[in-house]
Design a protein around this ligand. Structure first.
Ligand code: GLU
Length: 492
C-alpha cells in the first residue's frame, strides 16, 4: 500500500468549529497511526465567505490542540506561509491549474459551457418547486456545439462550466464508515465546476487537488457524502484512481441537531476561553463518533494514535455531551503538571478580579498551592474563581450547616484557643499549617468533628471544602485571626 496521505481542508470562514477539529483530529490520528502524512489545505474558492485572519486563527486552534501538519499551510513568525512539494496549498493560488483541468474536461466532452442567466435558473427552480420536483438544471445548454459556445464567450457572454453527467449511470463507491454507496446519475445535477468569476467550485477543486496532492484517504464530515458521487464521476472522467472515502458522522447536540452557534459554544476558541485543556478536548472529541475497543476512554494523543481506526467510527451522529467533556477534562486537570496548570489559570483569576497579575507573579508558589488545592473540584479553569473566592476578602456565614456548627456551646472557647495558637506563630507556612489543628486540639481538648467543623466554618464560611491544612496556609495568619475574632464576636 502506498504511504497514507490525508488532508484537512477547511474553508477560512472565521473560526474552527469543534466538529472541524474532530475531522482534523481523525485525519491526523489515522495518518500518524500508519506512518503517513497530514496535509493542511485551505479551500477558499468561495470568496463571499472569506474572513480576514481566519487562516491564522485556524492554525492557532489546531496547534493549540496539538495537531500538526507535515505539509501545507502554516504560520511562521506570525506570517502565513506554505511548505511541501505539492503546493500551492491555498486554492485561490491554483486557479491556472483548475483552468487547465476544466479545459481538459470540455475537450473530452465531459463538461460544457452554460450561458443560462441567474433569472432563468431562478425561474426554473421555482417551477420545479411548485411541481414538487427536486431542483435540477434542465440541461438547456448541453447541446450547444463547442465552436458556437467559444464564439459566444469571445463575444463577451457570461458563462459557467457544468459537468456533463451521462444518463442513467450507476455511480458506486465504497466508504469506510458508510459501506457501499450507489446512486444513479439521473438523480444528480449537472454540477457547476467553474463559476463566472473564473473560480472553480469546491467540487472541481477538491478532486483536482486531492489527486495532484497524492491524497490516499479523503476523511471529512458526512455533509459532503451527497457530493461524493460527483467527485467519483470526475475521477473517472480524468482517468484517475479515486482515493478511499471516509465520511464522519455529524457532531450533534443532545437534541440530535447539528451543533450550532445559536445554542452556545461551537468554536475551538470558545472552549479554550472557558479553560478546557487541549488534552481534554482532544481526548473527548476522539470519543464523539468513535469508541476504543477496550472501553478505556481516557486516552492521550499518543494512545489515540495507537488505538484509533475507522472501523470503530459509528454511522449515526456523535452526540456532543458537555457533562462527559467536563468529566474527561477534569481528569486532565487533576493530573496536569502543576506549574503549567497554574500558569494557564492566571488569566481566569485575573479576569475575576480576585488577584492582579503582579500579585500572582510575586506570590507564585502560594498561587500554585491555591490552584493545587482546588483542582480536584473543578472541570475547567473558568470554574476556579468560584472555588477560591472564599480565600479573599470577607466571608459571610450563610449556610445553615455552618451556622449550626458555630452555634455549639464549646465554639467560643475553641475559637479562643485557635486564635491564641495562630497568634503564637510569626507566620503560617505550610509546615505550621500541617500541624496547627493538632496544636489547637491539645490546647482546647476538643477533637474530631467537634474540632474541625466549627473551625472550618469560621475561617472559610463553609463546612465542606479542600484540605484543612491548605486552607489554613492559604488564608494566612492575619486573616485567620481576623475571621475567627469576627465570628467569635458575632456568636457571643
Ligand atoms: N472545504 C470543505 C469544508 O470547509 C472541506 C470538504 C472536504 O474535506 O472535502 O468543510
Amino acid at each position: 500500500m502506498s504511504k497514507v496521505r490525508v488532508r484537512f481542508a477547511p474553508s477560512p470562514t472565521g473560526y474552527l468549529h469543534i466538529g472541524g477539529l474532530r475531522t482534523a483530529l481523525y485525519n491526523y490520528l489515522y495518518a500518524k497511526k500508519h506512518g503517513g502524512e497530514a496535509i493542511l489545505r485551505i479551500e477558499d474558492t468561495d470568496r463571499t465567505r472569506y474572513v480576514e485572519g481566519a487562516i491564522e486563527n485556524l492554525i492557532e486552534s489546531l496547534e493549540w490542540a496539538g495537531i500538526s501538519h507535515d505539509e501545507g499551510v502554516c504560520v511562521e513568525n506570525g506570517e502565513v506561509t506554505q511548505r511541501g512539494e505539492f503546493g500551492p496549498y491555498i486554492q485561490s493560488q491554483r486557479l491556472d491549474i483548475y483552468q487547465k483541468y476544466v479545459d481538459e474536461l470540455i475537450e473530452k466532452g465531459h463538461a460544457y459551457y452554460c450561458f443560462c442567466s441567474k433569472e432563468r435558473l431562478d425561474n426554473l427552480r421555482e417551477e420545479q418547486r411548485i411541481k414538487g420536483k427536486v431542483p435540477k438544471y434542465d440541461g438547456l445548454c448541453r447541446g450547444i456545439p463547442l465552436e458556437e459556445a467559444k464564439k459566444r464567450i469571445e463575444a463577451g457572454e457570461d458563462y459557467v462550466v457544468r459537468l456533463k453527467l451521462p444518463k442513467d449511470k450507476d455511480i458506486i463507491f465504497n466508504d469506510l464508515v458508510r459501506g457501499k454507496v450507489r446512486i444513479n446519475s439521473d438523480e444528480m445535477d449537472d454540477q457547476v465546476l467553474m463559476k463566472s468569476d473564473g473560480f472553480p467550485t469546491y467540487h472541481l477543486a477538491v478532486v483536482v487537488d486531492d489527486h495532484l496532492m497524492g491524497i490516499t484517504h479523503v476523511v471529512r464530515g458526512e455533509e459532503w457524502l451527497p457530493s461524493t458521487p460527483k467527485h467519483v464521476y470526475l475521477y473517472e472522467c480524468f482517468g484517475w484512481d479515486a482515493p478511499t472515502f471516509v465520511h464522519l458522522p455529524t457532531v450533534l447536540n443532545k437534541d440530535r441537531k447539528k451543533l450550532s452557534k445559536r445554542q452556545g459554544d461551537v468554536s475551538v476558541e470558545d472552549f479554550r476561553k472557558r479553560g478546557y485543556l487541549p488534552e481534554g478536548i482532544v481526548n473527548y472529541l476522539a470519543l464523539v463518533g468513535w469508541s476504543p475497543e477496550d472501553g478505556n476512554e481516557i486516552l492521550t494523543m499518543d494512545e489515540l494514535k495507537e488505538k484509533f481506526d475507522f472501523d470503530r467510527v459509528g454511522k449515526s451522529g456523535g452526540i456532543f455531551d458537555t457533562d462527559k467533556l467536563n468529566w474527561v477534562n477534569s481528569h486532565y486537570i487533576k493530573s496536569y503538571d502543576l506549574d503549567k496548570l497554574a500558569k494557564l489559570s492566571i488569566p481566569f483569576v485575573v479576569k475575576s478580579g480576585l488577584m492582579t497579575e503582579e500579585e500572582i507573579n510575586s506570590n507564585f508558589d502560594w498561587f500554585k498551592i491555591l490552584i493545587d488545592t482546588v483542582r480536584e473540584a473543578i472541570d475547567k479553569l473558568e470554574d476556579i474563581p468560584e472555588h477560591i473566592k472564599f480565600i479573599f476578602g470577607d466571608i459571610k456565614i450563610t449556610e445553615e450547616d455552618a451556622k449550626s456548627e458555630l452555634a455549639q456551646e464549646h465554639v467560643p472557647t475553641l475559637l479562643d484557643s485557635f486564635i491564641k495558637i495562630v497568634k503564637a506563630h510569626d507566620e503560617i507556612d505550610m509546615e505550621i499549617a500541617k500541624g496547627l489543628m493538632k496544636e489547637v486540639q491539645k490546647d482546647s481538648g476538643v477533637k474530631g468533628k467537634k474540632l474541625y467543623m466549627p473551625v472550618r466554618a469560621a475561617i472559610s464560611g463553609n463546612v465542606h471544602g479542600p484540605e484543612m491544612q491548605n486552607i489554613i496556609y492559604l488564608i494566612g495568619k492575619d486573616k485567620l485571626i481576623e475571621r475567627a475574632e469576627k465570628i467569635k464576636a458575632e456568636i457571643c
